[in-house]
Design a protein around this ligand. Structure first.
Ligand code: GTP
Ligand code: MG
Length: 212
């Protein structure tokens, strides 16, 4: 069976991609999937990659094929500068083929591979290649994680617009975290009116998984 892939992106950095991916690993495993995880590029890595380490630890609990891997095995590149990959890659070492090779390697170890992007969709990996190009090249379904803070409607609509323009199949969810208290008044009325099916990471993951 060909591996399925789900690309987890967000409207930007620090929105809750890793948080959501952790929950997805657990939920897919509960449903009986052999789930794997890939963080193609992680920046802001001094001594150890925080995202890759956490994602691997959670994955190792549910997939024995990942048991002997190290965090660096589930990333293609890490860089110390906390910046977009293109800027963090000061020596221009990124080779997109290496990302695809790593993807195919990890695909062999699971039947669904969760791929956590870096930052948002229009984050440059090289001068011309953005995170959204990677999602497209992987032929992945996309899950867009959006924040609950003021300004999120605009960011969410812009990301949706980008996904549509690249003809990517996607679903989206709100990580209700920042400005949690005011979300129901400041943001939710719009979502209720325009996207009555909207869901939150906290409450909607099970239903999302049930479509698999
Ligand atoms: P990058 O990969 O760095 O772009 O960030 P990200 O989108 O993966 O965000 P991440 O999941 O790391 O969340 C950012 C920060 O917010 C982390 O310190 C999380 O602990 C915290 N966080 C995000 N969502 C939640 C949440 O729902 N509950 C709690 N308790 N913490 C959250
Ligand atoms: Mg992350």
């Amino acid at each position: 069976m060909q591996v399925q892939s789900l690309f987890i992106t967000a409207t930007g950095t620090n929105i809750g991609k890793t948080h959501t991916t952790v929950k997805l690993i657990e939920a897919f495993a509960d449903k009986g999937f052999c789930v794997g995880v890939f963080k193609p590029i992680e920046t802001g890595v001094d001594t150890f990659p925080h995202d890759a380490s956490l994602l691997l630890k959670v994955c190792q609990k549910v997939n024995k094929n990942f048991k002997d891997l190290m965090p660096e095995d589930i990333t293609a590149y890490t860089f110390p500068l906390p910046a977009a990959p293109f800027c963090a890659d000061t020596e221009q070492i990124i080779d997109l083929n290496r990302i695809m090779e790593k993807y195919h390697e990890l695909s062999q170890l699971c039947d669904i591979l969760l791929v956590e992007g870096a930052g948002g969709l229009m984050v440059p990996v090289t001068k011309e290649y953005m995170m959204i190009n990677l999602a497209k090249e992987l032929n992945a379904k996309v899950l867009l994680v959006t924040p609950s803070k003021l300004g999120c409607i605009n960011d969410t609509l812009l990301s949706m617009s980008a996904l549509r323009s690249y003809d990517l199949e996607f679903d989206w969810c709100v990580n209700i975290f920042e400005d949690k208290e005011s979300f129901s008044e400041v943001t939710q009325p719009f979502y209720d009116a325009v996207f009555p099916e909207w869901w939150s990471v906290e409450e909607g993951l099970q239903r999302f998984i049930s479509t698999y």
